[in-house]
Design a protein around this ligand. Structure first.
Ligand code: ADP
Ligand code: MG
Length: 236
């Protein structure tokens, strides 16, 4: 695998038994993601997007094929190693912000430091919350934040450990259009200014323009959208 590839999937499948049959969530998917890419994967509900991110994040194992992340074949290593990669190099953002309700916004952002044993300092956590526009909400609990604000906190939290890769699963799925676009601009800014690689999946094809690559999933298969031999989103 090329050194520049942060993610490399070779003929990866993930299947589930269903009665006497086997159902494929992902079928023979091959994908290379280079450092600095902002890949947007679109596809309908049930097309395999979440499964794809779970495999790359090491949250589930493939049924067949090779899944390499940061040069590590996830099948070859113990769960502990996968957890370490996840904690140190990957930031996750989910549709429902998954904040800990009993922690303030600030403490939620500091949380990843607990898992890496490299504390996220107060100043850094505040800086991240300022960046997502929540300078006045440090002490608020999720119940006291709007959906858009919760999404912002989870983005700030995903960045706390300065991850090299962000995996985002429908991060704007429950937001109004205006807030959705603001969130997407934040992803774009991190990608541009820090060179952080972003892999974002969504059912909304309109969001493809924020990335430099657009892939489409359909029934567990993936294909790259190209125009005149170049990835579509780059031309947008
Ligand atoms: P998406 O995120 O695009 O909506 P998913 O990756 O969640 O799609 O699911 C893809 C397909 O795999 C769906 O048909 C879903 O029902 C199936 N699937 C996902 N996870 C499981 C599971 N744990 N057990 C059985 N089937 C699953
Ligand atoms: Mg999903």
């Amino acid at each position: 695998m090329s050194k520049k590839n942060i993610v490399q999937l070779n003929n990866v499948s993930k299947s589930y038994p269903q009665g006497d049959e086997v159902v494929y969530a992902i079928k023979n998917v091959s994908l290379e993601v280079s450092k600095g890419d902002f890949v947007v994967i679109t596809g309908r509900s049930g097309s395999g997007k979440t499964t794809m991110l779970s495999l790359i994040g090491g949250l589930t194992n493939s049924s067949a094929g090779i899944c390499e992340v940061f040069g590590v074949n996830l099948q070859d290593v113990e769960d502990e190693k996968t957890s370490e990669i996840r904690a140190k190099k990957i930031g996750f953002v989910f549709q429902f912000s998954s904040l800990i309700p009993t922690l303030s916004a600030l403490d939620n952002v500091k949380l990843p430091g607990v898992f890496t044993k490299q504390p996220v300092g107060e100043a850094r956590a505040k800086e991240l919350l300022d960046w997502v526009g929540l300078e006045k909400q440090y002490g608020r609990y999720s119940a006291q934040l709007s959906g858009g604000q919760q999404s912002r906190v989870s983005l700030a939290r995903a960045l706390a450990n300065q991850p090299e890769l962000i995996l985002a699963d429908e991060p704007t799925g429950n937001l109004d259009i205006e807030t959705e676009l603001e969130m997407m601009e934040l992803f774009k800014e991190i990608n541009k200014t820090k060179g952080t690689t972003v892999l974002l999946v969504t059912h909304n094809p309109e969001l493809a323009k924020f990335g430099n690559r657009h892939l489409v999933m359909e029934n567990g298969l993936i294909s790259e959208k190209m125009i005149n031999g170049s990835p579509e989103a780059v031309l947008a």
